[in-house]
Design a protein around this ligand. Structure first.
Ligand code: DGT
Ligand code: CA
Ligand code: CA
Ligand code: ZN
Length: 574
């Protein structure tokens, strides 16, 4: 097979980006984007369908013209329209579109007037001050662009947790296959379940005499591109996808101390050293020492116990109050994935999902859920094929029938309603009242001022039908910065109005983030951890939302979709 659905989607996305630069009409661009989104998540192989000469127009959002392009790609290896664009513009010009504040028009101005055609040349132009005299580029925008550029540069080399996970799993399995290896575990930010990781830090346990043999095995991993360093008990490799893996070999006798050291965070481990120093002890990756005597035993549990601390879960090791809590026995009992009883933000092919309502229901049931909410988009955003009143009423009817058919899973009737620019909602209150649950989200006007954006969300929360605010900050990790908000103000209203804040589990969103989740919890706000699935397999994204919730110190009681249906209904009915 040459083209996975992802590959095809990628080409269509590229086509959409070039078309944007080229000033093609927006309906055509939208059509490319829609087709790409659909294909990306489509359950059967499009390539196979083409090989079998099947009609692609049966797939949602694929019309005659796009079908032709896909056939062209698979039969000839090229989409001719895309090839023409590639010849016309430098590929690096597309990089500019990733910066908040730069759309197609601004990108073309930069290109034509200043010959800026990549992130690097943009950086130089910013530095030399050339942008200051450019029409349409005000002071505020230039500052915004500089910030976006800095963020992209910092984040660009990191991997989303979800993307690093299969590699972490694979290297652990590979190391465990070696007969001398007793244990292999990925520490570092990966173990702390950070939303993105700079590299993987692998701790492997074996007998001291076997160390070099184990390091040798590591450097023979078949997916590596390069060996950066190799010593007797450590090494660093880079994989073909540029992901770096640091190996540290430890012995059973000091495994806990090594694991703690390499789990970090740096701020957390530095604090441990400081604490130890104050009482005349010393901490290293080999253990806790008073003079020459090792005080801790093998395990990480004993490492913390020796320091008179309750065990601190890796997700909490960010120097955000975990030491005080561990001393006072007030660490949170973090929620677990198995606590989740249902998913309250799910799309179907009524809007921009790819799966039928019933298929989503069956998949959720198979996951063991007790309830789910179907929350397709409202009509406001054409790209998302939202529901108007008629289609929503039709969906309500279907859900009523499915609730008869599937007695062991409660399907809640819901919507992901757009929050309009002024904070009002895209559907009438009469209609929203008919629903069991309303998720309200922002999908446009990301550039409002902090005050306006904050008031927009507050006004939405004050609508008595609203139960959850979806992906509150609008960020896309490594792609789009969050818009500024006054979180304290928002959380005050959320608590007062019994509105839950979503932890959106999409790997690129993870929105609300860990820091604000912790703040909201402290202010008494409740949460909903949602997959925002547009496809069956994306129901599993919940795992990442739970990670983020744990990093935000959340417990079962803080999260409404860990509750039983009765208690949940009470919360939703206010
Ligand atoms: P990352 O890779 O940027 O996502 O973040 P980490 O936390 O995985 O950082 P990394 O890979 O540089 O180092 C892994 C762990 O090793 C880190 O969490 C703590 C420990 N570590 C690394 N460098 C230092 C250091 O200079 N001092 C201390 N105390 N610990 C360090
Ligand atoms: Ca790391
Ligand atoms: Ca590292
Ligand atoms: Zn949304």
């Amino acid at each position: 097979m040459n083209y996975s659905n992802k590959d095809i989607a990628k080409q269509l996305k590229e086509l959409a980006m070039y078309a944007q630069l080229d000033g093609v009409n927006r309906f055509k661009i939208r059509a490319y984007k829609e087709a790409a989104n659909t294909i990306e998540n489509y359950p059967t192989s499009i390539e196979k369908m083409v090989k079998n000469k099947q009609n692609l127009k049966q797939i949602p959002h694929i019309g005659k013209k796009i079908e032709k392009k896909i056939y062209q790609l698979i039969n000839s290896g090229k989409i001719s329209a895309l090839e023409r664009y590639r010849a016309k513009y430098p590929a690096s010009l597309l990089e500019l579109l990733a910066i908040p504040g730069i759309g197609a028009k601004k990108a073309m101005i930069l290109y034509k007037k200043l010959n800026v055609n990549s992130l690097n040349s943009l950086q130089s132009a910013l530095k030399s001050g050339e942008l200051n005299n450019l029409k349409g580029f005000g002071k505020k925008l230039i500052k915004h662009i500089q910030e976006g550029l800095t963020m992209l540069k910092q984040e660009g080399k990191r991997f989303l947790y979800a993307n690093a996970k299969p590699y972490a799993k694979d290297i652990v399995e590979y190391m465990q296959k070696h007969p001398k290896v007793k244990k292999a575990i990925v520490a570092g930010s990966f173990r702390r379940k950070k939303e993105s990781v700079g590299d993987l830090d692998l701790v492997v346990v074996c007998k001291k005499k076997d160390s070099s043999e184990v390091v040798e095995h590591f450097t023979k991993y078949n997916k590596l591109k390069d060996i950066i360093t190799q010593g007797s008990n450590r090494a660093t490799i880079v994989l073909e996808n540029s992901l770096q893996i640091d190996l540290k070999v430890a012995q059973s006798s000091f495994y806990g101390a090594t694991l703690s050291y390499f789990t970090g965070s740096k701020a957390h481990t530095l604090h441990i050293r400081k604490m130890a120093k104050e009482i005349g002890w010393k901490v290293s990756e080999y253990g806790i020492f008073k003079d020459e005597t090792k005080l801790d035993k093998r395990s990480e549990k004993s490492f913390y116990k020796t320091l008179s601390l309750d065990f601190i879960e890796p997700e909490l090791r960010e120097l955000r109050g975990e030491f005080e809590a561990a001393k006072n026995h007030t660490l949170p009992k973090l929620l677990k994935q198995s606590d989740i009883k249902g998913d309250l933000h799910i799309h179907t092919n009524f809007s921009d999902g790819v799966e039928s309502l019933e298929n989503m229901v069956v998949a959720a049931y198979k996951k063991g859920y007790k309830y789910i909410a179907i929350t397709d988009h409202s009509w406001h955003m054409p790209l998302l094929h939202g529901l108007d009143e008629d289609r929503l009423l039709k969906q309500i009817e279907i859900i009523d029938k499915l609730n008869q058919k599937y007695k062991n899973l409660k399907i809640l009737k819901g919507i992901e309603v757009d929050i309009l620019k002024d904070g009002s909602l895209a559907l009438s209150d009469d209609l929203l009242e008919k629903l069991d649950i309303v998720v309200a989200s922002i999908h446009d006007y990301f550039n409002l001022s902090k005050i306006k954006q904050t008031n927009r969300i507050i006004k939405a929360m004050q609508n008595p039908n609203v139960n959850i605010i979806g992906h509150i900050s609008g960020r896309l990790i490594q792609q789009r910065a969050p818009y500024p908000l006054n979180y304290t103000k928002i959380f005050e209203v959320a608590k007062k109005e019994s509105v839950a804040i979503e932890i959106n589990s999409q790997p690129q969103r993870l929105d609300i983030n860990d820091i604000y989740a912790k703040l909201a919890k402290e202010m008494g706000v409740k949460f909903a951890i949602n997959s925002d699935a547009h496809h069956i397999k994306c129901l599993d994204y919940i795992e990442y939302g739970v990670n983020q919730a744990r990093r935000g110190w959340l417990e079962k009681k803080d999260v409404i979709n860990t509750w039983g249906l009765k208690k949940l209904k009470e919360f939703l009915d206010k």
